[in-house]
Every structure is written in structure tokens, then in C-alpha cells.
Design a protein around this ligand. Structure first.
Ligand code: AHR
Length: 516
């Protein structure tokens, strides 16, 4: 047994375990419990940074564009995101956040200063997409805004004034400025990040220095309505930097913090990320190994948080995750534009199952990024727009939002490549407020199908409706000439036999079942 498997086995709770015996039939025992946590809808959140063509040339084409738009934002993007019921949107970064000075992006657009985007391609931006544009977009999307504030190069005053600008209903300098700029009512933004990747692009700080700075900034944050409703997120660790979480949990008093973040990207090797579309079987396996590490990271960061916060008052939020590959040939390396294949659907399905199964501590997550950057759900080219395989997974999984987790017990068969193994299947289940039982199943094994037998005795269901996302090849993707190569289809291969629902999962497929 290799180390990966050993460490996974030692961390198991109800969810899955690895058996040493390869098999292609798996029995699953649902363990519904009144004490099981709710799967926060915010686990299905998104992230839009001033990076490449995410905002400018993606979401935002400007009011004068011939592409149909609402105040400069593409109407087709708004419609697609509403269709997937996007619960929150993080903005303006990422690394960009700690260079952003919000006052540059309000008021008369023609009078706004420019900024050079130092992290992403060195391009000059005209600040035409600012606070009003973002918050009005969130209203149009019916989604909650999550603003990442500037700790790295900003000031406490600038941060506090931003909150006053967007949240204060009374008479105050910033609320008056907001009214002068055309917005009477506050937007009441709840989610605020205090910096981003403070250990790196957010200021290269030590955990000790950042936690002191965090305390200072958090002290002057108020929602300006005396409801103390702000949700303050500390810039978190990357991957397995457990010391970062330990120091934050030790140094930041509970009254000043609602959540600690975590960033983790599925990248094979920063020096050799692989092509987004032309990858080998080995590279596919390596990407899935990397994505599966999310379970270990969450488990270990949670164990640290449990020691300081046993009543789980502070949430863990994974506010950046997704696959990261080489940019598409011929595109700006600083723009992080990559295609999206069935490999990405596998990452999304497996990662969302991990988040669901950790719903007790993980209350929010943000896929990086929404449009034209990294594991995007939408790609655009001129007036054309395509939905990626990842989009379809997110939409299929929408049934889990705010549903109650149903823990599952099973032993996953192994998916083995070059002598290393991963669990071939991943599952999560929930009971929705509509009384339907939802089960999402992923088979990451690209070599064989796996049969799953879900015991029905505790589920009280007899009608099944299911959708599948799969394709002929792992490398399949949608492009601007062929936008529907990978699309969800109805899935009929569910039989009920001996008190169990028998589901045959084809190689590299995602299936979501709704039953009542
Ligand atoms: O999502 C791209 C970048 O990845 C973000 O700006 C940064 O936070 C992370 O390193």
C-alpha cells in the first residue's frame, strides 16, 4: 500500500474507504441522520478576478458594445449564470485584490485613473468596471457578492470606507459619495475577504504578521447598520500549509472572524502543467491525484480548527480551487486562458463531492474562475459563448444546495495507474427541502465502468430521475465551432433489485440522481 493510500485511510470518516481489492461493484449504505449538516449553497460559489479576459472582454464588454449587454455586462453570461443558480461571486481578486484601490473605480467613468495590472500580463486597465458595476451585476444575477479587500497595499481607512460606501444607509461621507454616484440604497454586502494569499502575492507576510494585521483591520470593520452581520474571511493557507491555519486560529480571537480560507489548485507540477486538451493518461491520473488531495487538506485543516474552535463557529472556505494547465497556444501567458475537457468535469464532480461530505466545516467555495480564466464555466470569443463541461457539472449538482447531507458508507474500488491508486468512484448525497433525495456519483476511472448498489431501506424512494455527463474521449471539450460535444443527457441505467438501486457508471462519467 503506498503512502497516499495509507494517509487517506487514517483520515477516513463516513464517506468512503479504500479496499485493497480491485472490484467493479460497490455497495453503498446511506446513513441519514437528523444531526447531519446542511450543505451550504455557497459551496457552489464562483470567482471573477481582473485577470485576462474574465472581467474585461469577458463579463464586461462596455455599454457601447454590439453584444447585447446590461450596463456593459453580457446578457448571455448573466442568463447562463442565473440558469446554474450561482449563489455568490468573489471579486476583484485574487492577487489583483491587494493592488486594487476601490475609489479608482467609482464616479464618472471618463474621469477614472488607469491602473497597470502588475500580476496578470502587465496590461493597463481603465477602471471602467468598478464597485457599482460589480454589485449591480450581483443584483442582476440574484447572487451574493463576496468582496476581497486590499490588505497588502491598502490602508485600514480605505478598507473601512469601502464598507461604509456599500453598506451604510444613513448620512456619512462614503454613503453620501455613493448617492452622488447614482446609488441611493446600500447593497448590504455581507462577505468580505481581508486580503488574498497574504503569504504570497498579498504581501509575502508571515502568518504571525498577517494575523496581527488581520486583527487591526477586522477591528475597524462595521456593517454600519449595527446588525454586526459581516462575514470576515481571513486569507488562508495554500494546500498543506497547516502552520498558517494553526497560527491564524491561535492568534485571531473568535469575535473577530467568521471564516478561514484555503486555496488549492489541481496542478500536476508548476513547471510542467500539461496541455488543457492534449494530455496523456498519466497526466490525467496525476491531475486526479492532485484533485483528490483536497480531501486530505480539508481533513487536516479542519482537525487544526477543531482544536481551537470545537463548536465549529469558524468556517473553512475554499475560495479558490480548480484545474490549472498551460495556457492555450498563442494566448497571453499572463491571461491564464485554458480549454475545459471531461478531465475538468471529473475534477469538478469529485471536488464538489468532497466539499459536500465536509459540509460541517466547509461552508463556501469558489471555483477559479467564472469566465475565460482557469477552470472556467463559460468561454467567450467575440460574440460567441460556450458552456464548458464544468458548467454542466455545477448545474447538475445544484440540487445539493442547502439540502441536508446524507452520509454514505462504502468501500471504493481502486483506479490504478503506474502502480499508484486512487478511489475510482466518489459519491455524495443529500435530502432537499423538496423532500427529494439527491445522489451525485463520479467514476474517474477511464478504463472501466463501475456498478454501484445503493441500499434503499433508509431512503424511502421509488422514483428515479437521473442525468449523466460523459463523452467518447477524456479530451473531449466544447469549442466555438462545436459547442455541444459534451452536454448532459438523461440517464436510464438505474434498476431496482433486492432493495437496492443498481447504477452502472460508465468510465469517466458524472451522474446525478434525484429520487422520491
Ligand atoms: O486564480 C488565479 C490566481 O491564483 C489568484 O489571483 C491567486 O489568488 C492565486 O494564486
Amino acid at each position: 500500500m503506498d503512502n497516499l493510500i495509507k494517509s487517506t485511510l487514517s483520515l477516513l470518516f463516513i464517506g468512503f474507504s479504500l479496499s485493497g481489492i480491485a472490484q467493479n461493484k460497490t455497495s453503498v449504505t446511506p446513513q441519514p441522520s437528523a444531526d447531519a449538516p446542511q450543505i451550504s449553497k455557497h459551496i457552489y460559489g464562483h470567482f471573477a478576478e481582473h485577470l485576462g479576459r474574465c472581467i474585461y472582454g469577458g463579463f464586461y464588454v462596455g455599454e457601447d458594445s454590439e453584444i447585447p449587454n446590461l450596463d456593459g455586462v453580457r446578457k448571455d453570461i448573466i442568463a447562463a449564470l442565473k440558469e446554474m443558480k450561482i449563489p455568490n461571486l468573489r471579486w476583484p481578486g485574487g492577487c489583483f485584490a491587494d493592488t486594487y484601490h476601490w475609489k479608482d473605480g467609482v464616479g464618472d467613468k471618463s474621469a477614472r485613473p488607469t491602473i497597470v495590472n502588475q500580476w496578470w500580463g502587465g496590461v493597463t486597465e481603465d477602471n471602467s468596471f468598478g464597485t457599482h458595476d460589480f454589485l449591480n451585476l450581483c443584483e442582476a444575477l440574484e447572487t451574493e457578492p463576496y468582496i476581497s479587500g486590499n490588505i497588502g497595499s491598502g490602508t485600514v481607512r480605505e478598507f473601512a470606507e469601502w464598507i461604509q460606501y456599500v453598506n451604510h444607509n444613513g448620512v456619512s461621507p462614503m454613503a453620501d459619495l455613493r448617492r452622488k454616484n447614482g446609488r441611493e440604497k446600500p447593497w448590504n454586502v455581507r462577505f468580505w475577504g481581508l486580503g488574498n494569499e497574504a503569504w504570497g502575492c498579498g504581501g509575502n507576510m508571515t502568518a504571525e504578521f498577517y494575523s496581527n494585521l488581520y486583527r487591526q483591520y477586522a477591528t475597524y470593520m462595521t456593517d454600519w447598520s449595527n446588525t454586526s452581520d459581516l462575514y470576515r474571511v481571513a486569507s488562508g493557507a495554500s494546500d498543506g500549509n497547516y502552520n498558517w491555519t494553526e497560527v491564524l486560529m491561535k492568534n485571531i480571537p473568535g469575535k473577530l472572524i467568521e471564516a478561514v480560507a484555503l486555496h488549492s489548485y489541481s496542478v500536476i507540477d508548476w513547471g510542467n502543467k500539461s496541455s488543457a486538451t492534449e494530455f496523456s493518461d498519466t497526466e490525467y491520473f496525476q491531475t486526479m491525484q492532485r484533485a483528490f488531495k483536497m480531501d486530505e487538506y480539508i481533513t487536516k485543516h479542519t482537525a487544526i480548527m477543531d482544536r481551537y474552535d470545537p463548536n465549529k463557529k469558524i468556517d473553512l472556505i475554499v475560495d479558490e480551487w480548480g484545474g490549472w494547465y498551460d495556457v492555450e497556444p498563442g494566448t497571453n501567458p499572463g491571461f491564464l486562458y485554458q480549454q475545459n475537457t471531461m478531465r475538468d468535469a471529473m475534477i469538478a464532480g469529485m471536488t464538489l463531492n468532497i466539499f459536500n461530505n465536509h459540509a460541517e466545516r466547509v461552508k463556501m467555495a469558489n471555483l477559479a474562475q467564472t469566465v475565460n480564466v482557469l477552470q472556467a464555466v463559460i468561454l467567450t470569443e467575440g460574440e460567441k459563448l460556450i458552456l464548458t463541461p464544468t458548467y454542466h457539472v455545477l448545474k447538475m449538482y445544484a440540487v445539493h444546495k442547502d439540502a441536508q447531507l446524507i452520509p454514505l458508507k462504502y468501500e471504493a474500488p481502486l483506479f490504478t495507474k503506474n502502480g499508484e491508486s486512487l478511489p475510482a468512484i466518489s459519491l455524495s448525497a443529500s435530502k432537499g427541502k423538496n423532500n427529494k433525495t439527491n445522489i451525485s456519483l463520479v467514476n474517474i476511472d477511464d478504463t472501466q465502468s463501475h456498478t454501484i448498489a445503493i441500499e434503499l431501506s433508509k431512503l424511502n424512494v421509488k422514483n428515479f430521475k437521473a442525468t449523466i455527463l460523459t463523452s467518447k474521449s477524456l479530451q473531449d471539450h466544447n469549442d466555438f465551432d462545436n459547442p455541444e460535444v459534451v452536454t448532459p443527457k438523461p440517464f436510464k441505467k438505474i434498476k431496482v433489485k433486492n432493495g437496492a438501486a443498481i447504477i452502472e457508471l460508465p468510465p469517466f462519467s458524472v451522474v446525478v440522481v434525484e429520487a422520491d
